[in-house]
Design a protein around this ligand. Structure first.
Ligand code: NAD
Length: 477
């Protein structure tokens, strides 16, 4: 067991003020693999103060100079890719084939955002329509950014916030999920190796107490949160009270509409990634498959076969598709929904049992339910595990209605042979991200949750803008 007693504050690993520990459990072996400090409000205070001290110098560096640090961090993460991937697999059970993608995705994201800096800060002069004057519109960073993240993609979800915050000129305090502090520590080792100025990037491990202290700290200028809708509501309320800019990326229950002409082969080739990526622990998972009634028997059987034949087991084995879920508690939660599906009258076409498919590890049975109706709880609530509900429609208006009959609006997919027809349907879905015939995502395009899926935007120039405000300077001529 690795015992860590430090946090990364003011440019160095320093002893935590907290004496309490968080235990990291490998969900495949069920063994404790590490302990890290369970940060308190005192630890947050030390980190925020360091970030606030570093802010004036960091924001006044040329953006090109800040971007050079970000590019160096991308290289450093790539150099450590294999170590980081295996940390992710051991702390949350992500299959290694998926975990290996994380450092690559992180490096790509950092490079993309570094390249947006000049554009975001380009000179912008505007004429005044009511006088002969003109105005210089300048962009200014929001100050210390508090970045709070969940466990399902422990590196990527931090990077998505860190890259734009640093390019914008903010300094940051990262508070990762208590289940996955080790990937965050590995990231801070990379930050340390790059040699960022002291205080620009800080890390406090901990749980809700540390998270709340960060949200409410008086010297914080921006909160960016990814996690559950419940926690997001609390943070949104606190931010409202404090008039503090906030970005919230929350839960989902996304639809995938299969149009009458869709190719069964394309659906079969994409359904795992669309619906069950990372053992279903993906905010964007399309866990409501909406199929034409006339094709429901064919498509349900097809999808169930694909799910049943995907290899389940040791997440360190590159051929594994389904690993364990993150924790014992989460396994019990997912199993609660599997039991509920049966009780609500849905039929498990594959899976559906509560017995673990393995003797050891927090495994659940990947499950496909059909005979699901839109009002069932398994069709409305986020399960966050490998559980897919198949619903049927008679005409495409009904398909769109079912797709939008959700408190969430994060993602979606449309399967169909005609791209124009599929695009027209995608435009009618009230979600922030929709893939045509695949799992859609693009770091250069805005990512926004609609309805209960969040507030604000990440990715691309728009995501960078969420760490910036404006100062307009007005001239008489
Ligand atoms: P969670 O909300 O329990 O925790 C997320 C993070 O917030 C953790 O670091 C936690 O310690 C902290 N936290 C919890 N309550 C807090 C509070 N009141 N104040 C401040 N910090 C607080 O979520 P989780 O179980 O770790 O993650 C799963 C959830 O994340 C799912 O709902 C999933 O859909 C969502 N998610 C959303 C996106 C997205 O981009 N929209 C991406 C990934 C995951």
């Amino acid at each position: 067991v690795e015992i860590h007693e430090t946090m990364y504050v003011d440019g160095a690993w320093v002893p935590a003020r907290s004496t309490a520990a968080l235990h990291v459990i490998d969900p495949f072996t069920e063994q404790t693999i590490a302990a890290v400090p369970d940060g308190t409000a005192d630890d947050i205070d030390a980190a925020v103060r360091a970030a606030a001290r570093a802010f004036p110098a960091w924001r006044h560096r040329a953006v090109a100079e800040r971007s050079r640090f970000i590019l160096a961090l991308a290289d450093e993460i790539e150099r450590r890719a294999e170590v980081i991937a295996s940390i992710i697999t051991s702390e949350n059970g992500t299959p290694i084939s998926e975990a290996r993608y994380a450092p690559l995705q992180a490096a790509t994201h950092l490079r993309l955002v570094a390249g947006l800096g000049e554009q975001a800060f380009a000179d912008d002069i505007r004429a005044n329509p009511l006088s002969s004057g003109r105005s210089l519109v300048t962009r200014v960073p929001l100050g210390v950014a508090g970045l709070i993240t969940p466990w399902n993609y422990p590196l990527s979800l931090i990077i998505i916030k860190l890259a734009p915050a640093l390019v914008a000129g903010c300094t940051v305090v990262i508070k990762p999920a208590p289940e996955t502090p080790l990937a965050a520590r590995a990231l801070l080792d990379a930050v340390d190796a790059v040699g960022f100025p002291a205080g620009v990037v800080n890390l406090v491990t901990g749980g809700v107490e540390a998270g709340q202290a960060l949200v409410e700290h008086p010297a914080v200028g921006k909160i960016s949160f990814t996690g559950s809708t419940g926690a997001g509501r609390w943070i949104g309320e606190a931010a409202g009270r404090l008039l503090r800019p906030v970005t919230l990326e929350l839960g989902g229950k996304s639809p995938a509409i299969v149009l009458p002409d869709a190719s069964a082969d394309v659906l079969a080739a994409n359904i795992l990634k669309v619906a069950m990526r990372n053992t279903g622990q993906t905010c964007k998972a399309c866990t409501r498959l909406i199929v034409p009634e006339s094709r429901s028997a064919e498509l349900t059987e097809l999808v169930a076969d694909v799910v049943a034949s995907a290899p389940l087991g040791d997440p360190t084995d590159p051929s594994t598709y389904f690993g364990p879920v993150v924790s014992r508690r989460h396994r019990d939660r997912v199993n609660g929904y599997i039991a509920l599906g049966g009780a609500e009258g849905a039929r498990a076409v594959t899976g559906g049992g509560l017995e673990s498919p393995r003797e050891r590890g927090f495994f659940v049975q990947p499950t496909v339910f059909d005979r699901v109706t839109p009002s069932m709880r398994i069709a409305q609530e986020e399960i966050f595990g490998p559980v897919l509900s198949v619903l049927t429609y008679r005409d495409v208006d009904e398909a769109v209605h079912i797709a939008n009959d959700s408190p969430y609006g994060l993602a979606g997919a449309v399967f169909g042979e005609d791209e124009d027809v599929a695009t027209a349907i995608a435009r009618r879905i009230d979600s922030g991200n929709i893939g045509i015939n695949h799992y859609g995502s693009n770091a250069a395009a805005p990512f926004s949750g609609h309805k209960d899926s969040g507030l604000g935007t990440e990715f691309g120039l728009e995501g960078l803008g969420s760490y910036l405000s404006y100062t307009s300077i007005h001239y008489t001529s």
